[in-house]
Design a protein around this ligand. Structure first.
Ligand code: MN
Length: 569
């Protein structure tokens, strides 16, 4: 794209003269730096940074970020960051440097991916704009993936699905997340993708036609109730999300009817609730499908009302109802906080202390306290940040974001390490629960603390989050208790044999043990009755040897009436 066309485009998005002259300088520099390079597609390399920077500009990020997006690959082409700093100043060169650092890592299996994620998160910790450039870079690379060699495609797609899409999700950029997933789908599950595309051919169009008949009814009824809809639109569900839903529903299309849905955007939150009332007056809602993400936003900040109704001809229809602001945030996510307006100042200062992005701080903390790099690291990241989240409430009604399966211990450490360290009991919805109690969506949790109470090693069995686990481990290590369970001496078992007295009985029993190389640590026998003896043998169990085998063999000894194995008393 030539400069004139580029300029026209960003001007239409509200970038003013100062911003444009800054961006032009970067454009010209990038064009020069990449002038002899080509993309795999055969196109000039410059098409790539141009595409990435336009995606960034579409999010209305500041001109520094748009410039850095244009320059994001020039270091690869031999330009030094020092030179960039001289020409473009500290901020832009810092952003380019961040992207370059993340880029330098090539993915080779899980280990490398982890390293990259960590770098990426470090970048995130320093400046989230770096991550946004990186996400847009990945989006464009996915859009042009067909030009890349076949063996690379799958790896890149998998990495996108496992790392970049979840990251976009956590940043609240759901449209981007869905787009990335749909782009990965044919490379990762080619057969399934073809099958699904075939299956839903025509179904979507039919769905859209159906919604077209519903739209005027909804509109008329809303106006009737004095609610001014800003927009009413139908939306086609993303292919990959349909696929995931099918997998969850045993591939039953009957249960995945809502291939299309309707979105109503209104002016205020009150109007959202009124509009939902209007919809429910028109058609009966399906029980259990009404979700109020306005009162209780998703952990990533998503707000909307969701409901599913049984429309005319008994068709199931999904509705999303939200305000203009909620809709804007749903599309832009965290990027909305950097949105740049024509007056030259960001609309809101970039703030990471926003509660909705508390997890970003959790990540930073996790980085500081964790230095290992292994598969375990990836697992830890996935558990904490990529898995489904539940959210629960403090007694004051604050929403706390935790991974699924989290317990009161996780909750306590999430509130404050001191509360975790002195946790004495937990109440869920007013009732005392054990520490192992898995928390459910919407639970109100209260932690009771006592000064002299401290973590014990069994807490580790119930803590799901790495923040809690690391702190418990830290405490136990300091108290010298952590290694205790590992070095705990092996338990000693007793075989209690009841048998008729006879000569050589003890020898027969002992030979069973010696045939299995088990040392008898001691024995005693006492007469029960005139003819019966109870013989107790102490021994250390051998690893991998089932006690049942031992029991059977002893039972076979003549005159043995019964045998039992128990822990030493
Ligand atoms: Mn790139």
């Amino acid at each position: 794209m030539a400069w004139n066309e580029y300029e026209q485009k960003i001007r239409s998005w509200g970038y003013g003269d100062d911003a444009i002259s800054m961006i032009k300088k970067a454009y010209v520099f990038a064009a020069e730096a990449h002038k002899n390079e080509k993309r795999m597609s055969g196109e000039s390399y410059l098409t790539h940074p141009i595409a990435v920077s336009l995606k960034v500009a579409e999010l209305r990020l500041d001109p520094q970020t748009v410039s850095a997006a244009l320059l994001h690959d020039v270091v690869e082409s031999g330009v030094t960051t020092k030179k960039l700093e001289e020409l473009f100043g500290k901020e832009i060169s810092f952003l380019v440097d961040g992207v370059t650092k993340v880029d330098r890592i090539r993915y080779r299996g899980v280990e490398r991916a982890v390293e990259s994620i960590r770098k990426m998160f470090l970048a995130l910790a320093e400046d989230i704009r770096v991550v946004i450039i990186k996400l847009m870079d990945r989006l464009h690379n996915m859009q042009t993936l067909k030009h890349v060699s076949a063996h690379k495609r799958k790896r890149i797609a998998l990495e996108t699905l496992e790392i970049f899409a979840p990251l976009a999700d956590r940043l609240g950029m759901w449209e981007l997340k869905a787009e990335l997933e749909d782009l990965c789908f044919p490379y990762i599950y080619p057969e399934e993708h073809t099958w699904l595309t075939e299956q839903i051919k025509g179904k979507r169009e039919a769905g859209e036609q159906y919604l077209a008949t519903l739209k005027p009814m909804v509109e008329a009824e809303l106006v009737n109730e004095h609610i001014k809809p800003v927009t009413i639109a139908y939306r086609t569900k993303h292919l990959f999300s349909i696929w995931k839903k099918l997998v969850r529903n045993d591939m039953d299309f009957g249960r995945v009817l809502d291939l299309v849905g309707m979105r109503i955007v209104v002016e205020s939150a009150d109007d959202c609730y009124y509009a939902m009332g209007v919809i429910h007056k028109l058609w009966k809602p399906l029980p259990g499908r009404i979700k109020d993400y306005i009162a209780l936003p998703k952990p990533n900040g998503y707000q909307s009302l969701h409901t599913t109704v049984i429309g005319p001809q008994k068709h199931v229809v999904d509705f999303q109802i939200r305000t203009v602001t909620m809709n804007y945030e749903a599309e832009y996510g965290i990027a909305a906080h950097w949105a740049y307006d024509a007056s030259g100042k960001p609309k809101s200062a970039p703030r990471l202390d926003d509660k909705r992005y508390a997890w970003v701080q959790q990540l930073q903390e996790w980085h500081k306290s964790h230095d290992g790099s292994s598969e375990e690291t990836l697992a830890a990241l996935k558990i904490d940040f990529f898995k489904d989240r539940i959210f629960v409430l403090t007694p004051k009604g604050d929403v706390i974001d935790l991974p699924e399966g989290a317990t009161p211990i996780d909750f306590a450490y999430h509130i404050h390490s001191e509360i975790g360290d002195h946790m004495f009991g937990a109440k869920v919805n007013g009732k005392m629960v054990p520490f192992s109690h898995p928390l459910q969506l919407g639970d109100q949790v209260e932690i009771i603390v006592q000064k002299n109470k401290h973590p014990t090693s069994d807490w580790l069995d119930h803590a799901k989050t790495s923040i809690a686990r690391n702190r418990i481990r830290g405490y136990l290590r300091k108290a010298g208790e952590l290694d205790a369970p590992k070095e705990k001496k092996q338990k000693i078992l007793e075989a209690v044999v009841l048998a008729k007295d006879r000569v050589g009985l003890l020898k027969d029993i002992a030979s069973v043990f010696s045939s299995r190389n088990i040392n008898i640590l001691g024995h005693k026998s006492d007469h029960q009755t005139k003819n019966f003896s109870r013989i107790t043998l102490k021994f250390k169990p051998k690893k991998g040897l089932p006690q049942s085998a031992l029991l059977t063999q002893i039972k076979k000894i003549p005159d043995v009436e019964s045998v039992a194995i128990q822990e030493e008393k």
